[in-house]
Ligand binder design. Structure first.
Ligand SMILES: Cc1cc2nc3c(=O)[nH]c(=O)nc-3n(C[C@H](O)[C@H](O)[C@H](O)COP(=O)(O)OP(=O)(O)OC[C@H]3O[C@@H](n4cnc5c(N)ncnc54)[C@H](O)[C@@H]3O)c2cc1C
Length: 313
């Protein structure tokens, strides 16, 4: 119902949004999740999740389907539509969509973030079967194998140390002549015996059949070209693109406070700078972007909403 005032509207149906819905619904709040595409967000794009506590191994779509059923069992409603604009200025928050206007006493923004792509040939084709954007998620698949990283910032440097504990060798391609992360972190990487750093180098192509068997890169100063071929006896190699994330927050510019990288600023209770508006999941400024942290944010945001509604009505 368009003229209904919901207790909570959650924008985004990824793990953070569904978890927020589940907690809000269970607390007896009249809850709506608005999703623009399909439920599950980034989590449905992965077919092997092995780091969600209590579940040894599950594919993303199955995990998300379980989450949806659980949320529905607590009375959560879902709408699938594009949002045109939001207005959080008054006590009743307004969300204008292609299906009309929705109103709520409180809002949880959970529109996620997406890994930044760098654009080499084969990046899309081998995504999920050789090319990965998440070392924590996929590093374990390359135990004792060769691993490559694209990126020269903090994430690339830090994750190279993590991958070096698993892989046989880690090679990092840094587009610039030095790392852009703080020197102590860069020094740690440079002194690690299992890590080789190739400055001024960029990947131009990754190729093969079912999974990649070669990788080509070049020096952007000398224009020299190089090629790596899968070592005989190895079942695979991994290429991790760790060039940052792009938060999905354009819609909320001017409505809530963002940090310098366009992530939404919250306190530890997921509260934004606007009364009654909370944010949860990958679009928050935070250290670890995983399903387990997204669902945790969602649970906290819903509990904060519950308290806010109780105190304000
Ligand atoms: C390839 C890949 C593999 C991964 N593997 C793992 C893993 O093995 N283990 C793990 O823990 N984590 C993994 N992750 C990370 C994990 O998927 C994310 O941390 C998690 O999905 C973040 O949840 P979220 O709800 O914050 O955001 P998202 O999952 O990004 O969901 C956001 C949702 O909001 C919707 N949305 C966006 N804008 C709007 C709008 N304007 N209106 C309405 N809806 C909107 C999107 O369509 C999406 O459904 C992986 C990520 C990727 C990309």
């Amino acid at each position: 119902m368009m003229n209904e005032i919901y207790d909570v509207i959650i924008i985004g149906g990824g793990p953070a949004g569904i978890s927020a819905g589940l907690y809000a619904g269970r607390a007896g709040l009249n809850t709506l999740i608005i999703e623009k595409q399909y439920l599950g967000g980034q989590a449905v794009t992965t077919f092997e999740i092995v780091n969600y506590p209590g579940i040894n191994e599950i594919d993303g779509p199955s995990l998300v389907d379980n989450m949806r059923k659980q949320a529905e069992s607590f009375g959560v409603k879902f709408e699938y539509t594009e949002i045109e604009y939001v207005n959080f200025e008054d006590k009743i928050k307004i969300i204008n969509t292609q299906k009309g206007q929705f109103s709520a006493k409180s809002v949880i923004i959970a529109t996620g973030a997406n890994p930044r792509k760098v654009g080499f040939k084969g990046e899309d084709e081998f995504y999920g079967r050789g090319v990965s954007y998440c070392a924590t998620c996929d590093g374990g698949f390359y135990r004792d194998l060769d691993v490559f990283i694209v990126g020269g910032g903090y994430a690339a440097a830090e994750e190279s140390l993590y991958l070096a504990r698993l892989a046989r060798k880690v090679t990092i391609f840094v587009r610039k002549p030095k790392f852009s992360c703080p020197k102590p972190m860069a020094d740690k990487v440079l002194s690690n015996e299992k890590i080789e750093v190739k400055f001024n180098c960029e990947v131009s192509e990754i190729g093969g059949e079912n999974q990649p068997t070669y990788l080509e890169y070049f020096n952007n100063v000398t224009n020299e070209k190089f090629r790596y071929d899968l070592s005989s006896g190895d079942r695979a190699f991994g290429l991790f693109v760790l060039a940052g994330f792009i938060p999905t927050t354009d819609l909320f510019k001017g409505a809530v406070e963002l940090d310098e990288y366009n992530y939404i600023k919250t306190d530890e209770n997921m509260k934004t700078n606007v009364e009654g508006v909370y944010a949860a999941g990958d679009l928050r400024s935070k250290l670890l972007r995983q399903i387990v942290t997204a669902v945790s944010d969602g649970a906290i945001a819903a509990t904060s909403c519950e308290k806010y509604i109780e105190e304000n009505n």
